[in-house]
Design a protein around this ligand. Sequence first.
Ligand code: CP
Length: 321
Amino acid sequence: MNKFFSVADVANLQELVSEALTIKGSPNEAPELGKFKTLGLVFLNPSLRTRLSTQKAAMNLGMNVMVMNMDKDGWALETQDGVVMNGTTVEHIREAAAVMGEYCDILGLRSFPSLKDKEADYSEDLFNKFINYCGVPVISLESATRHPLQSLTDLITITEHKKIAKPKVVLAWAPHVKALPQAVPNSFAEWMSRAQKDGLVDFTIAHPAGYELSEEFTDGANITHDLKEGLQDADFVYVKNWSSFKEYGSVYPVSENWMMDNEKLAWTNDAKVMHCLPVRRDLELSSEILDGPNSLVIKEASNRVWAAQVVLTKMLENLKG
Ligand code: CP
């Protein structure tokens, strides 16, 4: 593996999850694999879990880690070609990415969408340029359209906690006060659609009208605008807000109460409740669920380490040839 950007970069989903769970069982089995190798983590946006779990995974493999908070500590980045840089941008991505590639054996990049220009965001122009110019393997730490380390974590967590071979998994839209990217739900839908094709889950998406995700991510999913219908018999509920894809970045008023709480949990098959975090308590998801026995959110966040470690393992093995 020399790129981890989407589910398309994974040859065998079940095998990758199984390897991650083996690593979880004995995380310090390969302390020399990353010896004298450097991982660079480049953040254009904030992070708690991705930043710490990926560092922890790299340390388990003996890697050196450097973190660059590009948004705060880097030069203002120009990403467009053919512009005269006589404005506020100081360094072009062509040089910035190439230089970071000289210092690192593997790079990770986090870059959120603008939510203003759908075409530009969904072209993943910045991410693709970073890959092209850095010259080393790249892991997405969340891009404009996807968050693959989160989605791999989610599949690991579902695999660990499922009680039946093919559980019903529901991605349920939740309210928020801000316009949030579609990256996490796109990615979750993309990974669950693939898992459904592999016979691992039965996948439903429940959201209010107007919040349809791009069809490229939802192939084969059962989609409903009725939360109660969607939650019926659910074994796992993945709670997440996102802004509109159709009216790009818009937040429509929703009259019904879509916040997941114990009353709605009663419509499910005693479902385990997941969320990528950070979560806004009692807006997206009730405190009673977050603090109750059905919540998997902390176990899910803990599993971020094993998702990162299995991906880094594959990349390091590839570097060694
Ligand atoms: N879920 C997630 O990616 O968390 P952070 O944004 O804190 O990294």
